[in-house]
Design a protein around this ligand. Structure first.
Ligand SMILES: [Zn+2]
Ligand SMILES: [Zn+2]
Length: 416
């Protein structure tokens, strides 16, 4: 039979890949908690309509990259391409804001986008992110950006630049959009096919075009930050002032836009040079009104960010801050399958005392077991000999604090 392999772009994670991804999530989770965010988990499978209505059909994420399929009852389902829309749906569905009108959520989990596979881009990837609901003030934007910066700092990144912009609101965006569309039409012959396609469907996204010749044309394009209404301008100034107060470095980027439709006012990206060219590692912004598009109150403010966990993991590794694959505290080996019950009792006691214990209690001989010990990471080993003696072998010079309970158990064993 032919061997089975994982689906293209979907990775098996094990060993240090799995543990360091978990470590990155743990750092983000712990910091988000300090900012008052609660962890939430939403389903991986959602109704297609959720993302069409919130993220927008004209976006690449929904228009081109989603895994969608028809369920047996004829409804259209999809694998979630991002989590913000799901968290917003959850908040509305359960009336969470009735009890807590300023609800802060943290999430971590897999997302799915059917992109062209390339290095560092996977079709199943992971994200961590936060969403703060019910906080219209610029201070919430500042807190969100400060949290993003704290996560990158904890991962050992020292060259992060926060790019800050604004995409306006329903008051000022339509007139800006009109100006931009007029500009794009005027310059149509000079623009790439993608920009021409986007002129009518998603004109703001054009400013993000990777083509160098398009970027030359856009030197003269009207920019979102120059077209803000007064409310948006005041908000933007509030964010800048707050970041100044915290001493957080940022750079105002008049061209900054985001690929998703739901953003309003503040948009930001935390960028680094560590992966070669300057690239964004955390991106987010304000999306007041998103709750309206998933059936909730349109007046609810919201701001948040998302980050690709694999990218954070890669950067943490570059920065040398990666959590090592942690070894077991004790490895227990029996002489063939002698004294197995005794070993089980010893393991139970050590685990209750807080130690990580692995064992080979099989019928294999000493040679095979010694070989096994050489392959698995462990701090100390215990040999339960057939003659009834036990020897604790302290590997290397490394010492570690063990709980009094564990010390009592280990102290009863003769040291080799
Ligand atoms: Zn505005
Ligand atoms: Zn272009």
């Amino acid at each position: 039979m032919a061997s089975l392999r994982s689906v293209k772009g979907m990775n098996d994670l094990f060993g240090v890949e799995a543990s360091s991804l978990g470590a990155v999530e743990a750092i983000a989770r712990q910091l988000a908690k300090r900012w008052g965010a609660e962890e939430v988990r939403t389903p991986i499978l959602e109704k297609l309509d959720l993302f069409v209505r919130s993220v927008g059909e004209a976006t690449d994420v929904v228009g081109k990259e989603m895994y969608t399929f028809e369920d047996k009852d004829g409804s259209s389902l999809c694998l979630r391409p991002e989590a913000t829309a799901s968290v917003a749906r959850m908040v509305v569905q359960h009336g969470i804001l009735r009890d807590n009108p300023r609800f802060r959520a943290f999430y971590a989990g897999p997302m799915f986008r059917r992109e062209r596979p390339q290095k560092g881009r996977y079709r199943q990837f992971h994200q961590v992110g936060v969403e703060f609901f019910g906080e219209p003030d610029p201070s919430a934007d500042v807190e969100v950006i400060a949290l993003a910066a704290a996560i990158l700092d904890a991962l050992g990144l020292d060259d992060v630049v926060v790019e800050l912009g604004s995409v306006g609101c329903p008051e000022c965006r339509p007139s800006y959009r009109k100006k931009l569309v007029e500009f794009l039409r005027r310059e149509a012959v000079q623009l790439c096919d993608l920009c021409n396609q986007r002129t009518e469907s998603n004109p703001l996204r054009s400013l993000d075009c990777k083509s160098a010749s398009c970027q030359v044309v856009f030197q003269d394009a009207p920019l979102p930050l120059d077209s803000l209404c007064e409310t948006c301008e005041v908000h933007q100034m509030g964010v800048e002032k707050g970041l100044d107060q915290l001493g957080l470095d940022y750079r105002v980027n008049k061209r900054l836009v985001r690929g998703l439709d739901y953003y309003r006012r503040t948009v930001f990206e935390c960028t680094t040079q560590k992966l070669g060219a300057q690239s964004a590692v955390i991106a987010g912004g304000r999306y007041d009104g998103l709750l309206g598009s998933v059936g909730g109150d349109e007046g609810v403010a919201a701001v948040g960010f998302a980050a690709g966990t694999e990218r954070l993991q890669l950067l943490a590794r570059e920065a040398g801050a990666e959590a090592a694959h942690s070894p077991a505290d004790i490895a227990i080996v029996t002489d063939r399958n002698q004294r197995v019950e005794e070993a089980l009792v010893l393991m139970q006691g050590l685990r209750s005392a807080g130690l990580v214990v692995v064992a080979d209690l099989s019928g294999r001989g000493r040679k095979a077991k010694t070989k096994w010990l050489g392959r698995i990471a462990h701090r100390h080993s215990v040999f339960l000999e057939a003659d009834g003696s036990a020897r604790l072998r302290v590997e290397g010079m490394e010492t570690q604090a063990v709980s009094p309970e564990a010390a009592a158990i280990l102290g009863a064993l003769p040291v080799d």
